[in-house]
Design a binder for this molecule. Structure first.
Ligand code: SF4
Length: 501
């Protein structure tokens, strides 16, 4: 397999499937998701060897659970692709339809999500939507259980729920489990059809569109869809027609504001409530969602165990990863799954073999505890891996994690960004350290794009954070979280602590 020329690679912001690597600060990056959900240990060993041969030897597992290999040249990316083929690893193509990392093997899951995921993927393909949707459009099919997909954002989410002894699927759009808009709770066929209908509407809006761009009226029509459109006729209905004809004030689900206008300016019928409520508004389940469980640790699968091991800040050199996969193979692991939350799940191990692998992983520098402070820090590759980087993000992060570990209770997020682009954490963080021409800037309660309140030399940023940690240690009231204490100290004081320590 040969990949295309340099220009074909350079589309920033695109998801780099294996055949379309992305240009980054440290050469090309390829991202791959095995179709089968997991990799044989021997395949992961082979991938690590390829990464060492052709890339800069840095491998990553992303927050969404994709594997990335960095630092490739165009020729080398082609060779890598050929080797992935030779290893027999079939990689996912088309619109990503993602299931949880324990899909189909977790006795606690409500339903195996894989059949519905397969059907939804095939229906999206059959509807000709793959080429019409942008590369970041995705669908999540979540069967529930010990490791949910709650923290993973998607355009369409299908989540298994139990209702009066039956399994139904809660359909929501645009966000993670906390922020998505709930449309409807229906059976598997209807869930698949609503997913396809929603993606048709997105495709109509162009390749930059997502379900978050759909209008309230479109959402209302999707929510009432199954009442008016038998699944068998769905593929024949254009999104525009469907949008108009299936909207009905009589829908038990679709609700819009009384003043909302429908297309063409006519006022809609009087309906009481906006549909723009979170998936977790509790309409079907009546409960709030707990914080998703970390994939790091031991999971009982009834017939066996899964051991979750994290990559510090989502990345690891290929050599220690290769060693870990080799040991897993020796200990009897049959499959290694990629898990959202920057982790690998090792299947097929006994409890004692899991303990051995965990000890080796820890010695090799992997994350083996869900409360490891490194899981609370977002850090991009920075220098030297990324040409845009101004500070050595990972080295700073390692120092802070080991020297200021007590700063990191569950309330606090620290983001260390090589430049203002903020690749590792686009949102706000309690503390952000960002590299620019003045050194390592500190942003309090903002993003990497904000103007820093204070600076230190890049090599010395960790000491500034140690100063903040020491102040929190002294000032904290009993029971007060680190984040609450930071708020009480105030941004000016925090910036001063960072600067002068
Ligand atoms: S944020 Fe980090 S990874 Fe992204 S461009 Fe800047 S230095 Fe590179």
């Amino acid at each position: 397999m040969r990949v295309g020329g340099m220009n074909a690679f350079s589309r920033r912001g695109a998801c780099p499937a294996l055949s379309a690597p992305m240009q980054t600060g440290d050469g090309l990056l390829v991202r791959l998701n095995p179709v089968a959900g997991g990799l044989a240990p021997k395949s992961l060993i082979g991938l690590c060897e390829s990464a060492l041969r052709h890339g800069n030897g840095i491998m990553e597992v992303t927050a969404r659970g994709s594997l990335q290999i960095r630092g490739l040249s165009p020729d080398r990316a082609g060779l890598l692709a050929a080797e992935v083929d030779a290893l027999g690893i079939a990689v996912r193509t088309g619109v990503p339809v993602e299931t949880g990392p324990l899909a189909g093997i977790d006795p606690q899951e409500i339903a195996d999500p894989r059949p519905l995921a397969e059907q939804a993927g095939a229906a999206i393909e059959d509807a000709g939507l793959t080429a019409r949707l942008g590369p970041k459009v995705s669908v999540v099919v979540d069967g529930g259980g010990q490791l949910t997909m709650d923290a993973v954002s998607a355009d369409v989410r299908l989540k298994a729920v139990r209702a009066e002894g039956e399994v139904l699927w809660r359909v929501s759009v645009a966000g993670d489990a906390f922020s998505a808009t709930l449309l409807e709770t229906v059976d598997a066929d209807a869930a698949r059809d609503i997913a396809v209908a929603a993606l048709r509407m997105v495709a109509e809006k162009g390749r930059a569109a997502h379900t978050r761009d759909l209008s309230e009226r479109q959402l209302a029509s999707l929510a009432g869809w199954h009442c008016f459109a038998p699944p068998s006729v769905l593929p024949d209905i254009s999104p525009t027609r469907g949008e108009i004809e299936h909207f009905s004030p009589l829908s038990p689900i679709a609700k819009v504001e009384p003043t909302t206008k429908v297309a063409g300016g006519a006022p809609s019928a009087e309906l009481p409530i906006s549909p723009l409520v979170g998936e977790m508004s509790g309409r079907t389940e009546g409960g709030a969602v707990e914080r998703p469980r970390s994939p790091i640790g031991l999971f009982n699968l009834g017939a066996g165990h899964a051991l979750g091991i994290g990559l510090p800040f989502g990345s690891m050199a290929a050599q220690p990863l290769l060693e870990l996969a080799g040991q897993a193979l020796q200990l009897g692991s049959t499959e290694i799954r990629l898990a959202p939350g920057r982790a690998l799940l090792f299947l097929g191990l006994t409890e004692s073999a899991s303990a051995s692998l965990q000890a080796s992983a820890s010695a090799l520098g992997f994350v083996t505890s869900p409360v490891d402070p490194r899981t609370r820090i977002a850090a991009c590759p920075g220098t030297p891996a990324c040409a845009s980087g101004r500070i050595a993000t990972r080295a700073i992060a390692e120092t802070i994690a080991s020297e200021s570990a007590d700063l990191f209770d569950a309330s606090l997020t620290l983001h260390i960004s090589g430049c203002a682009k903020g690749c590792a954490h686009p949102g706000q963080a309690a503390l952000t350290i960002v590299g620019d021409e003045n050194g390592a800037g500190l942003v309090v309660d903002g993003t990497a794009k904000a103007l820093p309140a204070g600076y230190r030399p890049g090599y010395d940023a960790a000491r500034g954070v140690a100063g903040i940690a020491a102040a929190i240690r002294n000032a904290r009231h009993p029971g007060e979280t680190a984040a609450a204490c930071l708020t009480r100290l105030g941004a000016t004081e925090i910036a001063e602590l960072y600067r002068r320590n």
